[in-house]
Design a protein around this ligand. Sequence first.
Ligand code: NAD
Ligand code: TDX
Length: 343
Amino acid sequence: MTIIVTGGAGFIGSNFIFHMLDKYPDYRIVCLDCLTYAGNLSTLAPVMENPNFRFVKESITDREAVYKLFEEEHPDIIVNFAAESHVDRSIENPEVFLDTNIKGTAVLMDACRKYGIKRYHQVSTDEVYGDLPLDRPDLFFTEETPIHTSSPYSSSKAAADLLVLAYHRTYGLPVTISRCSNNYGPYHFPEKLIPLMIANALNDKPLPVYGKGENVRDWLYVEDHCKAIDLIIHNGRVGEVYNIGGHNEMTNIDIVKIICKELGKPESLITYVEDRKGHDMRYAIDPTKIHSELGWLPETKFADGIKKTIKWYLDNKEWWETIISGEYQNYYDEMYGSREGMK
Ligand code: NAD
Ligand code: TDX
């Protein structure tokens, strides 16, 4: 079995590669990643010497390079993690999101049509459903919830999902889609809420909470997401969408306070800043389908997962300190420097 994992030098893709190489020692895993600011080759250092692993530095938007890779590897399965993934960046500059997230998905599926494939799996997000109101805790996203996006990021992911379903109906491509809630865990890029707060708290820097911090996200430990995708590519029904989430809703402010407490840092570091434009209020997944069809359930409780995650950031300071000391600093200054409260 040969699996091409795109975006495998990023947060979830790298965790997925580790999971697959560990669980299936006879599988060949090929990582296709062009190493944007979010891709980090040092993350893959533990598997670089593994004879069942190959890294290829190309973009999923490069048709020639993608076709060449298919000719060389004859993959059975494609798992597409490669994407521009940060909502705030999409608000500043949508174009690259359209290019990678939509065109890149089409190029990969064209290669699947041309060379034949057992399964194309699209890693999508709960953000394609838009948001839920805070005063309706009885509402959850199901696979039938209409697509209703808020940001250029979620719109580009939704467009890709629609293309994937269209390639299934029009060309009979054997596809599956998973829509997961917010992940956390090792190798999470420090622009995202949890690692950003851990890094800032450790450096005694302000902790920028957007708006009132009352927005709700449904957090899932990254390993549980990887296990769900593993189940879907092996046992999921072709043409189907599977929601992934563990009923672990928390407000942003509660998350930041937990991080302060775990690190022994004062809550006075918390700084309320200008809100994200179009900020989604609440995400909450109903995972009934993946549970009843594939037997998936999350294994890591948030109380344990956040401790493991914080320990990982403490034990791997070099990984994130290298990131935040480089080009990322310009991004941080641009994104936060002008926000009231952070000047
Ligand atoms: P990430 O930003 O950490 O990693 C993205 C990876 O894709 C990087 O290694 C980057 O170099 C690579 N990449 C970007 N453009 C590329 C291109 N044109 N060609 C090849 N590689 C390219 O993202 P992540 O958080 O690991 O998310 C992975 C996937 O999961 C994304 O599709 C995202 O939409 C989805 N997702 C993420 C979350 C989350 O909470 N992080 C939740 C649900 C779904
Ligand atoms: O500095 C911050 N302050 C803050 O209050 C940052 C970076 C975020 N936030 C808030 C915004 C959100 O309500 O925290 C929440 C989480 O923000 P992000 O970590 O940027 O994640 P989110 O926007 O929820 O999107 C994530 O989950 C769905 C991923 O980045 C997406 O790729 C995924 O599809």
